[in-house]
Design a protein around this ligand. Structure first.
Ligand code: PLZ
Length: 445
């Protein structure tokens, strides 16, 4: 099948032109005339092919991808099993609309979601197109199932760019600025952010719960929505005990606990889901990104009694659970199991943590190194303080880009460098990439 076509993408980082090269620069000029200026311009090298952890651009540069297209390509680029599954599905049929005439792969994806998400109770799912849309559906279902309206979210949260999810997202610029008015009945509680608040998980949970009980009222809360490790907000890992305490509070108060595992899920954190590290079992889980190996697919999975409380026709969408995306998801999940990518994510985490922690010993701009599995970040500060150092973060990413490495910035203050390598990255590629990142940090420091 298609996967047997020999790929010409190498396995090594190789910069052969200035970056961006002449062909990328020409494409970027064309883009300016027709693509909205409202989109972020990350690193404008235009990609023509990719394999494993390497992107090849139109000028023939081979770029090491430590971003995975923002945590999507966890299984790597151009996985033969996914290419085969997608190609076969394209040839069979590409769309019917599951609500009009259904097909097996949608059901199979929901069976897999029920099996891999935490909790051994009956679960049902709805498949949709984007992370934001999955979050929107979680809010719809939580409200309908509880008959309540308030949704509690957290400082530094990122949940999307649609109108409802902008309201759920914390950071104003660039996500929300002048795009309001925003949806009502959204309440933002304080997050556990050990580097900045110094609180234990129990203390931070008590603070959040006190806020909710005094300013919202437990009986008004439909759902508590949280990223178990915050993504865009800065790879904030809450202190141990924070998530279990919140989860216990939701159970006690009839509140739906919704884990946004869009960035942290599907092996990324060194477990199938980041909530598993503390044995937290959410009532609902939202997934997207890594789920379908690069095809657009998202899901809301939850306790059957909540998900099935919705009247027939209350959930859906034209493209949701598209058969090609569903085929990709099945091949992706199988690949994750077959290659034991949970274990590989843990190995990557150990290598990255030890490298960056030793770098922290001799570079004063690293305030903290944190994360789990293949989801590790450095928070950069002004030396001797905890003041965010966004300029250094920008310099580090630019340096990496010039050396042919993709690394991404995140954080409410724009001062966190996050590494999200494909989980199939080789040891050699990882060592090479970390060498570049270390040189970049030294140069910025
Ligand atoms: N929830 C936790 O990480 C997407 C956003 C990139 P969509 N994060 C990348 C950008 O600048 O738009 C994300 C996430 C978490 C929800 C979302 C939203 O997922 O698929 O982008 O809608």
């Amino acid at each position: 099948m298609v996967s047997s076509i020999e790929s010409s993408v190498g396995i090594e980082r190789k910069v052969v032109t200035e970056l961006p090269g002449p062909k990328s620069r020409a494409l970027h000029e064309r883009r300016r005339a027709v693509v909205s200026a409202g989109l972020t311009v990350g690193f404008p090298i235009y990609i023509e092919r990719a394999e494993g952890a390497i992107l090849r651009d139109v000028d023939g540069n081979q770029i090491l991808d430590l971003g995975s297209g923002i945590a999507v390509i966890s299984v790597g680029h151009a996985v033969p099993e996914i290419i085969d599954a997608v190609s076969a599905q394209v040839a069979a049929f590409t769309h019917t609309c599951f609500m009009v005439t259904p097909y097996e792969s949608y059901v199979e994806v929901c069976e897999e979601l029920a099996a891999v998400t935490p909790g051994d109770f009956a679960k049902t799912s709805v498949l949709i197109n984007s992370g934001s849309e999955a979050v929107e559906n979680a809010v719809k279902v939580a409200r309908l199932a509880t008959g309540r309206q308030a949704i509690v979210v957290f400082d530094h949260a990122y949940h999307g760019r649609t109108n409802l999810t902008m309201a759920l997202t914390a950071k104003n610029m660039p996500y929300k600025d002048r795009f309001g008015p925003f949806a009502p009945e959204i309440y933002r509680a304080p997050m556990s952010y050990p580097f900045r608040d110094g609180l234990s998980g129990a203390e931070a949970a008590e603070r959040a719960i006190k806020y909710i009980e005094t300013q919202v009222g437990a009986a008004n809360v439909a759902g508590l929505l949280i990223e178990p490790i915050q993504g865009e907000g800065g790879f904030v890992v809450p202190a141990d005990g924070f998530l279990p305490a919140l989860s216990a509070w939701t159970t006690k108060n009839g509140v739906v606990f919704i884990a946004d595992e869009i960035q942290s899920g599907f092996c990324r954190s060194g477990d199938w889901f980041a909530v598993n590290h503390e044995g937290v079992v959410p009532d609902m889980v939202v997934t997207a990104k890594g789920l379908a190996g690069g095809m657009p697919l998202a899901a809301l999975t939850g306790r059957a009694e909540l998900m099935n409380a919705v009247h027939e026709g209350g959930l859906g969408g034209t493209f949701g659970g598209n058969p090609v995306a569903a085929a990709a998801a099945l091949a992706t999940i199988k690949t994750m199991r077959d290659r034991n990518l949970v274990a590989r994510a843990r190995e990557i985490g150990e290598v990255v943590l030890s490298k960056l922690r030793s770098l922290q010993q001799d570079v004063a701009i690293i305030g903290e190194v944190r994360g789990r599995g293949a989801m590790i970040a450095m928070e950069l500060v002004v030396p001797g303080t905890k003041d965010p150092n966004a300029a250094a973060a920008k310099a580090v990413v630019n340096y990496c880009n010039q050396q042919g490495v993709i690394a991404l910035v995140c954080g409410t203050y724009g001062n966190v460098i996050r590494l999200l390598p494909p989980l199939v990255i080789t040891d050699e590629q990882l060592a090479d990439g970390l060498g570049v990142v270390a040189a970049a940090v030294r140069s910025a420091g």
